[in-house]
Structures are given as structure tokens and as C-alpha cells.
Design a protein. Structure first.
Length: 136
């Protein structure tokens, strides 16, 4: 029987990936639903995205920009499709990965992708709850 230590040693979290369905809108030529390939966030990834998404307001209050936070999760943790692909960005007339993502995905699809990445990253609860905890 293996121990927890042995399990952890042979199952590191780097490069933890999954294929997920986020909408039945994405069908290939034979009608089968296409999957997105996502990768898990590490603690360092989560912390960096959280910090970059914080904004100091006029009243010196620090608030989380959830749109920026969710966009960063999707752009940095979706392997396929690659939202950073310069050719795709150019083809759609977008200026950056965030604009490209918003041109090709519906709001609910972005939300579902964020939820799937969070699930793969080990979050059992809504990330908004986690952000509120981190702010306090």
C-alpha cells in the first residue's frame, strides 16, 4: 500500500490538465462537441493573478476587478484554444488576448471556463468567496 507521501511524489501538480466541454455551441464538422484543454492554477499563479487584479479606488479602498481576474484565469490557463495566439488575434481584428477572448466566447462560456479551471485547481467553492477571504 502506498503512503500519502509516495502519492504526492509521483503526482505533482505541475502540468495538471483536463479536457472539458463548456458549451454545446462548439461542434466540429461531424457534429461532435469540441473540448477545451485547460491546466490547473498553482498557488503562485492564483496569487499573481489576484494581485494583478486588485485596484486602488479613489477612496483608497482596494477592490478586486473580477473581470480582469476571470480573463487572466481563462487566458493563462486554457491550453487549447490558445487565446494568446497572435494569428488568431490578428484574424479577428483584436488587439490583445483579452479582446480576442471576448470576441469569440459568450459571457456564460467564459464563466463556465473559469469554473472548470477553478475546479481543476482544487477550489470547491466559488472563487468570489475565496477572493473575499483573501481581501480580509
Amino acid at each position: 500500500m502506498s503512503t500519502l507521501q509516495e502519492f504526492l511524489n509521483i503526482n505533482p501538480i505541475d502540468n495538471l490538465v483536463d479536457e472539458v466541454v463548456i458549451s454545446d455551441r462548439f461542434k466540429d464538422s461531424d457534429g461532435s462537441i469540441m473540448k477545451f484543454k485547460i491546466k490547473a492554477m498553482t498557488n503562485k499563479d492564483f496569487d499573481e493573478i489576484r494581485k494583478k487584479s486588485m485596484e486602488v479606488k479613489k477612496n483608497r479602498r482596494i477592490e478586486m476587478d473580477m473581470q480582469k481576474f476571470n480573463s487572466a484565469i481563462v487566458i493563462n490557463h486554457t491550453v487549447v484554444p490558445d487565446f494568446k495566439d497572435s494569428e488568431s488575434i490578428k484574424k479577428t481584428g483584436s488587439l490583445n488576448p483579452e479582446e480576442y477572448m471576448n470576441k469569440v466566447l459568450l459571457a456564460g462560456e467564459i464563466a463556465e471556463l473559469v469554473a472548470q479551471i477553478q475546479r481543476l485547481s482544487g477550489f470547491d467553492r466559488d472563487v468570489n468567496d475565496l477572493v473575499e477571504e483573501a481581501k480580509n
